[in-house]
Design a protein around this ligand. Sequence first.
Ligand code: PLP
Length: 455
Amino acid sequence: RNDQLDQWDRENFFHPSTHLAQHARGEAHSRIIETGSGVHIEDRDGNRLLDAFAGLYCVNVGYGRQEIAEAIAEQARKLAYYHAYVGHGTEASITLSKMILDRAPDNMSKVYFGLGGSDANETNIKLVWYYNNILGRPEKKKIISRWRGYHGSGLMTGSLTGLELFHKKFDLPFDNVLHTEAPYYFRRPDLAMSEADFVSHCVAELEAMIEREGADTIAAFIGEPAMGTGGLVPPPKGYWQAIQPVLKKHDILLIADEVVTGFGRLGSMFGSEHYGIEADIITIAKGLTSAYAPLSGSIVSNKVWDVLMKGTDETGPIGHGWTYSAHPIGAAAAIANLKLVDELNLVENAGVVGSHFTSAMRDALGDHPNVGEIRGEGLLMAVEFVEDRETRRFFDPSKKIGPTIAGELLKNGVIARAMPQGDIIGFAPPLCLTGDEAQQIVDAMTKSVESVLGR
Ligand code: PLP
């Protein structure tokens, strides 16, 4: 055992999303994770935890899958790397492109590979701009995103992300990014609004924005089928059916960011399928490999591809590529992962166990005076806390109710995520979760909530 790891971690490791003041005060401490199996991980002190957030909602098939480990090892031994620039391919990456298109909605045509969700969304924006350039309308460039949407933390994708933390101190968002209303019914501007009224309100906000900016300046709308990091929020009924005609009318492309919802999380292969979304581009990452290796993709529709095919020798090769695009090890991991998703029936399991999980959580905590809402779709679920249910008054953020409950849950053996904005505990366990494991999470959550807020 290396007893210096804690010290090396504090001295050398700049972690993502580090709270710099806490680090400076010497409060940074890492739980060092050593092994994982199924829905559990174990740290080096021997604590076994039920990971009800699947890492960062990515380990969809669960930990310790030897089939994927073997596929990675075999690919590494055979050919660890070759690039995918034009004129080159590997068996793994080409096979994977076919497997993805076989699973994607019918109107999809090609897949462009990246490494993670952020770079895939960067690719999408460049593709959309390129598309409009080929169509001779380079001024059609602005991108509409939603408040609370999460699309990554690069410069463009951080701009698209509708959470203040990702903007402040970086001079973001960029000027050509606009944010419209989040489809977050629980946080509707007026409590008296019905769900249908609220959908009309979201549409009216979008239409007003298009009118104000001019449709000929707007290239695309990007949204997660069900919101993730902004609070795990399934859309209100009829939202996508109402939004899509507006986009179509103004010739604005729709990018469905399925980094979280792709490959089964909602109980359908894609969130697009789940909600009847006909996207022009779909972003995939996380569940593509269950995070056994980094890999992402931009699935491009026939409509977009047909225009890209109008490129000429003058437009030349598309000036966009990464060294690790379609990395064979990521591709080998994805192939083995997608096979497991099929063999273990995980898409269906997410739907069945997910609805049991949400109703068990509602039975346990639905009438707690500080529970404002329990919402879920498949294995994406959130419990949102309020100080007062009647008026929907939120807790003062300084009370840190969300993080305190997440901390208590950890003591009770379950990892969930205190979402970054609001007192929201998010659950997105591996899709292999069983009914018994779902109940264990509910029991631990009930105990934790009661210890922080009483009954
Ligand atoms: N898009 C969505 C919907 C996400 O949830 C995330 C990450 O959580 C991203 C994009 C960015 O992915 P990555 O962190 O792999 O860059």
